[in-house]
Design a protein around this ligand. Structure first.
Ligand code: SAM
Length: 270
């Protein structure tokens, strides 16, 4: 496990992922019944973008750093939340800060040092529990939750060459156990073939109601580069697609290069 998110925190992919996460959380809050957020690959929760590691790549400057002063309207809520939460918030902090008194967060992180840092970051949040454990296994352990409502964020580091296939397998098993959850699954876009293969596997598995929200900064032709990123969403909440479209368009405007594109594709019908 070499991946450390501090090198990438606040980059264009985080902006897109976290801005969409905020809309998913808002959608779940529209109904009074409490829900669980299960964050399977949580990271450390708070990131100092002035740290040596973050400055080494400088990715945040090309991401959140570009929009802090004058965010496009569709990213204003996200930027306000980043400023209100302080440091650069990771997914479990965005989620915990959005919970109501009866909602819960379970955040899993396998790296021992990162899990300890996450535990420190989450102390401020009463309804958050941190588990140092494999996030994929946590899907089996925590679902279905007693609340019978859940948002599940699966955001693996893609260090393993077979991550797409693991992801598809684990998502399928989890969906079979608890088909009602909203699943948001992050994936990198380097070149198209593995992404297409991932979508095909989901189709063959029989999972229903799936969309993919994507930001392609530049054509996905050079497999050595992170050309874009996507979120597969199973059971997208009512109005989510309409809310996500301007966020993706703003991300394209801010982070896109020649040949870039952004949008939502329906992968599997309801
Ligand atoms: N979700 C975080 C966010 O948006 O702020 C970023 C997470 S980062 C992309 C992936 C994290 O997963 C890393 O911190 C890594 O240590 C952790 N990780 C890797 N394999 C894991 C596993 N099997 N279970 C849980 N965490 C894992």
């Amino acid at each position: 496990m070499n991946y450390r998110h501090i090198y990438h925190a606040g980059n264009f992919a985080d902006v897109m992922k976290h801005a969409l996460l905020l809309r998913l959380l808002a959608a779940l809050r529209r109904k009074p019944k409490p829900f669980l957020v299960l964050d399977t690959h949580a990271g450390i929760g708070r990131y100092d973008v002035t740290s040596e590691q973050a400055e080494k790549t400088g990715e945040w400057r090309e991401g959140v750093g570009k929009i802090l002063e004058a965010p496009p309207p569709a990213l204003a809520e996200y930027v306000e939340t980043v400023k209100r939460l302080g440091l650069y918030p990771g997914s479990p902090v965005f989620s915990a800060a959005a919970l109501r008194p009866r909602d819960r967060l379970v955040a899993c992180e396998l790296h021992p040092e990162d899990a300890a840092a996450l535990r420190r970051a989450m102390r401020a949040y009463e309804h958050a529990a941190v588990h140092e454990r494999d996030g994929y296994e946590a899907l089996g352990a925590f679902l279905p939750p007693p609340e019978k409502r859940a948002l599940v964020l699966i955001d693996p580091p893609f260090e393993q060459p077979d991550e797409f296939s693991t992801l598809a397998k684990r998502l399928n098993a989890s969906w079979k156990k608890f088909p009602a959850a909203v699943y948001a699954v992050w994936y990198p876009i380097k070149h198209r073939a593995p992404v297409r293969g991932f979508f095909e596997t989901l189709k063959l598995a029989g999972i229903k109601d799936v969309i993919a929200a994507e930001l392609l900064r530049r054509p996905d032709t050079d497999p050595a580069r992170l050309n874009g990123a996507g979120l597969v969403i199973v059971n997208p909440p009512f109005r989510f697609e309409a809310e996500a479209a301007p966020i993706l368009a703003a991300c394209l405007e801010m982070f896109g290069e020649a040949g870039g594109r952004a949008g939502i594709e329906r992968i599997i019908h309801e």
